[in-house]
Write a new protein. Structure first.
Lengths: 295, 262
């Protein structure tokens, strides 16, 4: 796969260089998550964090409770919705970026990612100020004589916050694919008599789909796992699974329930990802067949 | 060409959408009342004065800076060396597995990682400490380092390493004195990105803070959710300004490494 010489990075030194980061990631991420899985299989207990032995009851209780099923459905739906909104809003921006000069592309990348590096809590705070009942938007509306609209703590504010936070990932992942599409292919299409629009629909867009799929996947997974946005912009009624993992473990000290919720979340993500990859694979094959464009 | 113009306008609107909230924070920081209204009821700079006089955020700022500094130091050191192995030996199964393990903190929700660490630590009966905080932040910044350095490293011309070896230099010497100086743009970029990521991390941190201590973003979150104070806008402005300055300098110095890192 890779023809770089390995004069320096031989087997012995590879092991030496990887030992520390691997150990850190194992002890700080993987093992705690495995322990959490173990906790999810303990019986619940009123006197300590968990009882002794093994049980599937925590999972059964959650999966038979309409309250949690609703939250699970909402989590998946909000993930999908954010992915769709980000695609629709982000694609034209990525397309525009791909047609800009290299310098302008760099500057746009800077502007897109700059907000990502400020703490998410600051960005959510800004949206509270903008959307609040006495906030910026309502202030403007009142100035022109329109009554205040309630915008915070709704699906609207949650989607807005999630799109705001994850849009840049979508734009960049589509852009990264668009810039690799050779100009010759588009020119060939136009020389053959296709209009600009038709060239886009039949050549450029299908070729850029891998970027759309990658961006969608990223936004979908990230927004399903979002905690701060639903907690600050969604309020108590709009929580997603991660918010309930939090409240189970921290507020009600119910470790077993929180841990099983976390694993239901992880398993759900896996199932949705597998479904997603299957659909994408079928779809790409169908597209490759119908346009004759080979990836 | 008309369609391009529409695309340009749309892109302008989207960029405005992404950046406008920061203008709002600046606006909100110049009021003395708890409410941000249009026009401002009581404009003034009390919130900035409050930060200066009360020293309210100083302690948490210091902890944030300290944690971010050490996490960056450790993260960049071990992340850079592992990037060499990941780029050169990526075809080996265990290496690509380790690469995925190092990138995992980006994909698993922070709440789940944070709670998993918290319940494990409390099971073990260990007290939360700054050392633990720094270790966890090291793992948090590793993905940024690995991604950035790997991107730079895959454009790196290995023939200079070969030349160095052929001339009789020891492999470790070559690595430290030839290879690493040649990818310094990637390393510096990764260091600054790692620093500001650690500095802004709020969720995992909130679960593992030592008793009586808090980092700046966690304090901002607590202020926002539990005991509101108008000074939050001023501190948010100062922090965002700092982050943007770092990003801008980085962008001016190494535009290529910066863009590749994203």
């Amino acid at each position: 796969m890779n023809s770089q010489s390995n004069l320096i990075i031989n087997r012995k030194r590879s092991i030496l260089l990887l030992v520390l980061p691997t150990a850190l990631a194992l002890f700080i991420v993987l093992i705690p998550i495995l322990y959490m899985f173990r906790v999810s299989l303990y019986p619940a207990s009123n006197v300590s964090a968990h009882g002794a032995g093994w049980t599937l009851n925590n999972y059964i209780n959650i999966l038979t409770d309409p309250f949690y099923l609703k939250i699970l459905g909402r989590t998946v739906l909000v993930g999908l919705g954010t992915g769709v909104f980000c695609t629709i809003i982000g694609y034209p921006v990525a397309l525009y970026m791909s047609r800009c000069s290299a310098r302008k592309q760099q500057i746009m990348t800077l502007l897109l990612v700059a907000p990502l590096y400020t703490s998410i809590i600051i960005r959510c705070y800004a949206w509270i100020v903008i959307l609040g009942n006495k906030g910026i938007i309502n202030g403007f509306l009142n100035l022109v004589g329109i009554n205040s609209i309630s915008m915070l703590y709704s699906y609207f504010s949650v989607y807005l916050g999630l799109v705001y936070v994850f849009l840049a990932y979508m734009i960049l992942s589509i852009f990264n694919v668009l810039v690799t599409i050779k100009k010759d292919v588009e020119e060939a299409s136009m020389i053959m008599g296709a209009s600009r629009m038709r060239t886009f629909i039949e050549v450029t867009f299908p070729l850029s789909l891998p970027g759309v799929f990658a961006g969608f996947l990223l936004d979908f997974v990230l927004s399903m796992g979002a905690y701060v946005v639903p907690a600050t912009l969604g309020g108590a009624k709009m929580g997603l699974i991660p918010n309930y993992v939090y409240s189970s473990v921290i507020n009600t000290f119910n470790w077993t329930q929180g841990s099983s919720l976390a694993f239901i979340y992880i398993i759900t993500t896996f199932i949705v990802l597998i479904l997603y990859f299957t659909i994408v694979k079928r779809f790409s094959r169908y597209l490759a067949g119908s346009t004759g464009v080979k990836k | 060409m008309k369609s391009n113009k529409l695309l340009a306008i749309w892109s302008g609107i989207v960029l405005f959408f992404l950046l406008f909230p920061f203008a709002v924070i600046v606006y909100a920081s110049f009021t003395n009342s708890a409410l941000v209204t249009i026009p401002l009821e009581d404009p003034g700079i009390n919130s900035y004065l409050e930060i200066l006089q009360s020293g309210r955020y100083v302690k948490s700022l210091m902890l944030s800076l300290k944690v971010a500094f050490f996490a960056t130091l450790f993260g960049v050191t071990i992340g850079t060396f592992s990037s060499f192995v990941i780029v050169r030996k990526g075809h080996v199964k265990i290496v690509s597995l380790i690469n995925n393990l190092l990138l995992a903190p980006m994909m698993v929700p922070a709440v789940i990682i944070g709670i998993a660490i918290m319940i494990s630590i409390s099971k073990l009966g260990i007290n939360m400490s700054q050392t633990l905080l720094i270790m966890v932040h090291t793992v948090i910044v590793l993905p940024y380092v690995v991604r950035t350095v790997c991107a730079t490293l895959s454009n790196f011309d290995v023939s200079i390493e070969e030349a160095s070896i052929v001339m009789g230099a020891k492999p470790w010497h070559t690595l430290l004195e030839i290879s690493i100086p040649n990818i310094r743009s990637g390393i510096i970029t990764s260091a600054l990105l790692a620093f500001i990521s650690s500095f802004g991390e709020v969720i995992i941190t909130a679960f593992i803070l030592p008793i009586g201590m808090t980092t700046l973003p966690v304090e901002i979150m607590n202020t926002l959710l539990y005991n509101f104070s108008p000074s939050i806008a001023a501190i948010a402005v100062l922090v965002s300004f700092g982050v943007f300055t770092v990003l801008y300098i980085l962008f001016r110095l190494f535009p290529k490494a910066f863009v590749e890192a994203q």
